[in-house]
Design a protein around this ligand. Structure first.
Ligand code: PLP
Length: 406
């Protein structure tokens, strides 16, 4: 008997690659022991949260017995925290933000859903650059929209603005970008963001209504070698930044994040009223009380970035020695090398024989590559080297054999 909505049944049948690898990992770990499986499949930060998180939690615990300590609150979050967040983001984003320009959400995912619910009419398009975080497709379809993937520039995964320009039409409502980027580690340059803002100004005029620019930036804290992560808020009046504490404080299970609006936006009060409403009617109501207290205590602190930097260097060494081709990530905690042999799904299966777990680029709308998340100890990266090398060599020998027979 069919009990599900058709689109949910279809999406379930095509369960995401990340999930599939996660499940394969559980089986491999049960069979060989967790220490013998090299799991690069999940972007689940393994570093301990900064000390300020525990301190904030303990301080809040002192008040947990007070009336309404866990009570309902305004749907946009604690007003005192919005003030504090606005002051913090004013520094980070380089624009003067007030409490009325920011709203607290259930993670970046909750923020993106609240935003899309507020602005999308059925059938309208959200454009994003492929490869892309696969959940975007579900978030957009949640609200009756259509996600359209525009290719990035393959040499460095920078946004291909000419391709974007060709893809924009009268149904385009939102351009959604992500920098530092999952799965490629690209960090968009100031010049590209300025050119993107200029393009959207033009296209908004041409179609007689604003096209929103949404920057999904949970990895903003993690750019390497001093790479700049420019903010879009000063560049374009219809810009919105969405982020969370999931990655910078290793708190993805606590579900706290935010949306910040460009203070130059003429209709920002109207949009903020809508976001407060959509946060409520999507059933989020407000972000968790405990997470908000943690945010209040810990804003500005972050996990030890040096650990990620050292792992990135280790991964680059291991992959280079094993003969993989990749663009060095400039941010976030992912590598996105070419799949030796070209078939990403076949290669991920071959890696699994070496007990190395990766995710095929097909799962991010970009076949021919694999994603490796380095939220694992450096020893896991080092110990996986032989498996990486053997799998790549096997594919190369297979290709040479096939060539010799042809
Ligand atoms: N956006 C990107 C690009 C991500 O990689 C993730 C999580 O992996 C999210 C959004 C969702 O983050 P949150 O836990 O804040 O909802």
């Amino acid at each position: 008997m069919t009990v599900l909505a058709k689109n949910v049944a279809a999406d379930l049948a095509n369960a995401s690659w990340v999930r599939r690898m996660f499940e394969a990992g559980i089986q491999l770990k049960a069979k060989y022991g967790a220490e013998n499986v090299y799991d690069f499949s999940l972007g689940n930060p393994d570093l301990p949260a900064p000390a300020a998180v525990g301190e904030g939690l303990r301080a809040f615990a002192e008040h947990a017995g007070e009336p309404f300590a866990f009570g309902y609150m305004p749907n946009g979050g604690f007003p005192w925290l919005r003030e504090k967040l606005a002051a913090h983001l004013s520094g980070e984003q380089g624009v003067k933000l007030g409490a009325e320009d920011v709203i607290l959400t259930c993670g970046a995912a909750g923020g993106l859903n609240a935003f899309l619910r507020a602005v999308l009419d059925p059938g309208e398009k959200v454009l994003t650059f492929a490869p892309y975080f696969v959940e975007y497709g579900f978030y957009v379809s949640n609200h009756g929209g259509e996600l359209v993937a525009v290719p990035s520039r393959p040499e460095n995964f920078a946004p291909d603005l000419a391709a974007l320009e060709r893809a924009i039409d009268e149904k385009t409502r939102v351009v959604l970008i992500n920098s530092p980027h999952n799965p490629t580690g690209a960090v968009y340059s100031r010049a590209d963001l300025q050119a993107l803002a200029a393009l959207l100004e033009n296209k908004s005029q041409q179609y007689g209504r604003p096209i929103w620019l949404v920057a999904d930036e949970p990895y903003r804290f993690l750019a390497y070698d001093g790479a700049e992560v420019p903010s879009v808020l000063p560049l374009y009046p219809y810009a919105v930044a969405v982020s969370s504490l999931s990655k910078n404080m290793s708190l993805p299970g606590e579900r706290v994040g935010w949306i910040a609006l460009s203070p130059q936006m003429p209709e920002k009060a109207e949009l903020m009223a809508a976001l407060t409403f959509t946060n409520r009617i999507l059933g989020f109501v407000n972000p968790p009380v405990v997470g908000q207290h943690i945010m209040g205590a810990a804003l500005g602190s972050a996990v030890d970035r040096e650990v990620y930097a050292a792992r990135r260097a280790a991964m680059a060494e291991v992959l280079t020695r094993a003969g993989y081709e990749f663009v060095m990530p400039r941010g976030a905690f992912y590598f996105f090398p070419k799949a030796p042999g070209g078939d990403d799904v076949a290669f991920v299966n071959r890696l699994m024989e070496e007990r190395v777990l990766a995710v095929p680029g097909s799962g991010f709308g970009w076949p021919g590559h694999i994603r490796l998340a380095f939220c694992v100890d450096e020893s896991v990266i080092r110990n996986a080297e032989e498996g990486f090398a053997r799998a790549a060599a096997a594919v190369r020998e297979g290709a040479a054999d096939a060539g010799a027979k042809a």
